[in-house]
Design a protein around this ligand. Structure first.
Ligand code: GLY
Length: 390
């Protein structure tokens, strides 16, 4: 592994890709040519392929790279995505038009569709509009959707891609900090139904994610801050050194590129181990049990990231909570919600994350470390009441 690590550093210094399919193919073929026995040749090819995959994964983690996530200008989209086919670029009115236009320019067979955005637009109606457009334009299984915008548009277009002909390629171009740091990668897609957030959805991994942090230049301070809440979430629960870097950063907008890369590397190392959220991945829901209840109770008054910020403080304790609260305040995020325990509990009980056995909450008592606890509705209510009385 020391050799593999040295190789990764050389590639990094020279700007070479960790994965070079052409070179890998050549190495495999050269070696296999000298093996006469077909069974042995098959064994050799399988073994070497597995070794290369392991080495690649190790190098990517070492360098903080995330497979399938590219940091580049929007105008370079065609270098990273296969856009030489029918492509539907889906966006919403709030997204500055130059962003979807830049992607459209890179698609010889591209069409643009603008659907209503915001949490109220994240609906089955929105998905139906996208599906009907795909049908009208004669899309087949070989074609693709590109979402350009925030988390709402990524979730909705991703879900349409998961459903159309039982799944077509989907690329994500997140243009808000919230979506760049969390929702664009990992394959969760969903829409709301009857006021219940993300209740209808599918896991459908994007074929690629393109992050151009230049798009953050047009983001309002409030939207930037809510994105920081998801970044802080990942750091607080999983990476103490990343948390320290956010605390020490004198200008977050200057440091944001590296922070997003590292947060995504942490997130994707979790997603790789538990893509369908059967266990570990639920750590990424830190702050979401109460956060989603606040979001639903506020009827859109608070943004998602703001609700996560307030939500995290309910299930963090001691010094960890003090540091978390101080950092969230410094970022301009709200740290207390105005709802009483009964209101929050009534919304928490209809959240999709509730299981038959209760609520699986993520608790943080030390920055960079977390534990899971399954609690009853009464215990969750007591946690809420206790925080409100402090
Ligand atoms: N946003 C949390 C996750 O992707 O699991």
């Amino acid at each position: 592994m020391r050799l593999v690590a040295a190789l990764a550093r050389i590639k990094d210094a020279r700007g070479l890709p960790v994965r070079d399919p052409e070179q890998e193919r050549r190495v495999l073929e050269q070696g296999a040519d000298d093996i006469g026995d077909p069974a042995l040749r098959d064994y050799y090819l399988r073994l070497l392929n597995e070794e290369m995959a392991l080495s690649r994964e190790y190098q990517e983690e070492l360098l903080g790279l995330v497979p399938g996530v590219f940091f580049a200008p929007l105008t370079d989209a065609a270098k990273y995505f296969n856009l030489s086919r029918k492509v539907l670029v889906v966006t919403e009115p709030g997204v500055p038009s130059q962003y979807p236009e830049a992607i459209l320019q890179a698609c010889p067979g591209g069409s643009l569709l603008t659907v209503p955005g915001g949490e109220s637009g994240k609906s089955m109606d929105g998905v139906q509009t996208i599906l009907q457009e795909l049908l009208r334009l004669g899309f087949t299984r070989d074609d693709a959707i590109v979402a350009v915008g925030g988390g709402v548009i990524g979730d909705m277009a991703g879900f349409a891609a998961a459903c159309y002909m039982r799944g077509i390629d989907f690329y994500n171009v997140p243009t808000t900090l919230l979506s760049q740091v969390d929702s664009s990668a990992g394959g969760k897609t969903a829409v709301n139904l009857c006021g219940v957030k993300n209740i209808v959805g599918a896991f459908h991994q994007p074929s690629g994610v393109l992050i151009d942090t230049g798009t953050l230049g047009t983001l309002s301070p409030r939207l930037f801050a809510e994105g920081m809440a998801e970044l802080v979430k990942i750091a607080a629960a999983c990476d103490a050194s990343l948390f320290g870097r956010i605390e020490r950063s004198a200008c977050l907008r200057d440091d944001i590129d590296g922070l997003i890369r590292d947060a995504l590397a942490v997130k994707m190392s979790i997603v790789r181990r538990d893509p369908l959220e059967n266990g570990l991945r639920a750590v990424l829901n830190f702050g979401h049990t109460v956060g989603h209840a606040i979001e639903a109770a506020s009827g859109g008054r608070f943004y998602h990231g703001e609700c996560v910020a307030m939500g995290m403080l309910y299930t963090s304790y001691g010094e960890a909570r003090e540091r978390l609260e101080a950092l969230l305040k410094r970022l301009g995020l709200p740290v207390e919600d105005p709802f009483d325990a009964d209101t929050l509990m009534s919304f928490a009980c209809s959240d999709k994350k509730r299981r038959a056995e209760g609520f699986r909450i993520v608790e943080v008592s030390r920055i960079g470390d977390f534990s899971f606890r399954t609690v009853s509705a009464d215990t969750l209510r007591a946690i809420i009441v206790k925080r409100k009385s402090q």
